[in-house]
Write a protein that binds this ligand. Structure first.
Ligand SMILES: Nc1ncnc2c1ncn2[C@@H]1O[C@H](COP(=O)(O)OP(=O)(O)OP(=O)(O)O)[C@@H](O)[C@H]1O
Length: 532
């Protein structure tokens, strides 16, 4: 590695009110280097990256880029200097086309102030082809694309902006393994061409693939760095060893119980060959044959999915898998009334059910965690406590009056259970780190005691320690008789938790399996259309 770093940070400090988000942090990255930024939820990873990306200005400390002082006052300054960021929640211009998004910011920097449509189209087409993205995306409105597609367009935009430093904030958390591999190849391509890639991740399974060096933050400070992706060492630096440890097969397991509790307690989970682990109780014949909570029959939504039929039973975790664009999130949206249904029927608890909105679905007992928490999930103007208790208030109120003591208990219990890191329950939800906001949303839904819990990427953005805890809670809820519909891009999570798995391919349900028939190979074959 060459001796002069492309970007340096020295003594960066950033406070938000009383919260010390970062204290005296140093960071270097060289041209062509790939560095993973690691740490528990709230450790300061995003704050560090946002200082580099011009979103925040430091209270103390300084940056250099290419040997010169670098002090971006805005994200546009950073982009112009060659620092581009793709955030966890893609943030393009949703009302504009992909083509317009790709050229955003560049039009104004060109001498003539505009680019002709034809050359824009040609250039954008070449760019997408190079990144193996379909050029038909160009004319589509950004807001109509899935989050994963939006994210790839934003990476393409960074490439178009000739980024010298590319910051990727958990880019694979909404991608399946196949799509992640495409992204990794793209990252390899960019770093080989000299781009420095800062990569925030919670996923230990991709560390070797994405980074040459690992920089760990803990409580807003440098906690260490290494070029050895040794899991135990990294967990120790992160301060996560009390909650997670490395199992005999190299995978991560909960520290206090290497065997998941549902299995240890004989609730029916089995660990099979090839890492197949089913969770909540497939061997529980009663649960497997009891009347379904939800029956989806020949459901279609024009141009998105067609003729989908399946059932979700109480006490069971039903997994849904599919590649980006297969229709898995859209199916969940349709069940909650957030996407129009053109044909087919839904029955809920044995009765015909016509969904209107996720709010009315919740009143009827269907709790839904959306994939896109920023636009569909949190109430940005409310506190952590109010966000958490918003849906469950009926459970802690008497004759219509909210019991504040009950609410306080509920909030305290769930903040503790999911290790939600917030100054106080009265702190604004927007002051929490991304992972902690996700935990609040999950806690809100889990606290409602629904009949059916629909979870779209429940552990997205959540650190390894809390992830185990969330898996345990999902299993526990299923064990109490709640039906769970789980959408996950993470194969290990899907295999670990699901009693039944359905796979969607291009809007069709192409494959279903139960218990030991659920294998990674079979799921991937079905998801790529090989088993259709
Ligand atoms: N805008 C803000 N206002 C107040 N506090 C903030 C703000 N942004 C971050 N913080 C606080 O700063 C600390 C670091 O947050 P940051 O988002 O950098 O963590 P992170 O490591 O990126 O976490 P995650 O893995 O959950 O994304 C947290 O305690 C968070 O609550």
């Amino acid at each position: 590695m060459q001796s002069t770093p492309l970007l340096t940070a020295r003594g960066l400090t950033k406070r938000f009110g009383a919260t010390k988000a970062l204290t005296d942090v140093d960071f270097d990255i060289h041209a062509g280097e790939r560095v993973a930024i690691m740490g528990e939820n709230g450790a300061g990873k995003s704050t560090l990256m946002k200082l580099i990306a011009g979103v925040y200005t430091p209270d103390a400390g300084s940056l250099t880029l290419g040997g010169d002082a670098y002090a971006p006052a805005t994200p546009t300054d950073a982009i112009r200097a060659g620092v581009s960021t793709v955030y966890q929640e893609p943030s393009g211009f949703s009302h504009l086309t992909v083509l317009e998004n790709l050229f955003m910011g560049r039009q104004t920097t060109r001498a003539l102030g505009w680019l002709d449509k034809k050359s824009m189209g040609r250039e954008a087409g070449e760019l997408l082809a190079r990144l193996q993205l379909p050029t038909r995306l160009l004319k589509r409105r950004m807001g109509d694309l899935s989050l994963a597609d939006q994210q790839q367009v934003l990476i393409a935009r960074a490439v178009a902006n000739e980024a010298r430093v590319l910051i990727l904030d958990e880019p694979t958390s909404i991608l399946t393994d196949t799509e992640s591999e495409r992204l990794f190849q793209l990252v390899d391509q960019l770093s080989a061409a000299g781009t420095a890639v800062c990569y925030i991740t919670h996923r230990f399974d991709e560390l070797e693939r994405v980074a040459d060096r690992f920089v760990v933050l803990r409580d807003g400070q440098n906690s260490g760095e290494t070029d050895d992706p040794d899991r135990e060492g990294l967990l120790r630096m992160m301060g996560s060893v009390s909650s997670v440890t490395v199992g005999a097969d190299g995978g991560l397991v909960a520290a206090e119980d290497a065997v998941p509790s549902a299995i240890a307690e004989g609730e029916g989970g089995t660990e099979g060959e090839g890492g197949v682990l089913t969770g909540s109780g497939v061997a529980d014949a009663a649960a497997a044959t009891s009347a379904p909570v939800l029956v989806v029959d020949a459901l279609s939504s024009e141009g998105i999915f067609r003729d989908i039929s399946f059932a979700v039973r109480p006490g069971q975790i039903t997994g849904l898998y599919g590649l980006v664009g297969a229709g898995r999130s859209e199916l969940a949206l349709a069940i909650c009334g957030e996407l129009p249904i053109d044909a087919g029927t839904i029955a809920f608890q044995g009765k015909p059910y016509r969904p209107h909105s996720s709010r009315t679905a919740l009143e009827q007992g269907i709790a839904y965690l959306p994939e896109d928490r920023k636009t569909q999930g949190i109430f940005p103007h409310l506190s952590v406590g109010d966000n958490l208790s918003a849906a469950a208030l009926r459970g802690v109120s008497r004759a219509g009056f909210v019991s504040t003591a009950g609410e306080r208990d509920l909030v305290a219990t769930w903040m503790d259970r999911l290790s939600i890191k917030a100054e106080t329950p009265a702190s604004p939800i927007t002051s929490l780190s991304g992972g902690n906001q996700q935990k609040v949303l999950l806690a809100r839904l889990m606290a409602t005691n629904p009949q059916l819990l629909i979870l779209d990427e429940p552990t997205r953005g959540i650190d390894v320690g809390t992830k185990r805890e969330i898996h345990r809670r999902i299993r526990e809820l299923a064990a109490t008789g709640i039906a769970v519909l789980l959408i996950s891009s993470e194969m290990a999570e899907l295999l670990e938790l699901s009693d039944t798995v359905h796979v969607l391919h291009e809007g069709r349900l192409t494959w279903s399996a139960v218990g030991s028939e659920i294998t990674e190979t079979a799921i991937l074959r079905a998801a790529t259309g090989a088993a259709a």
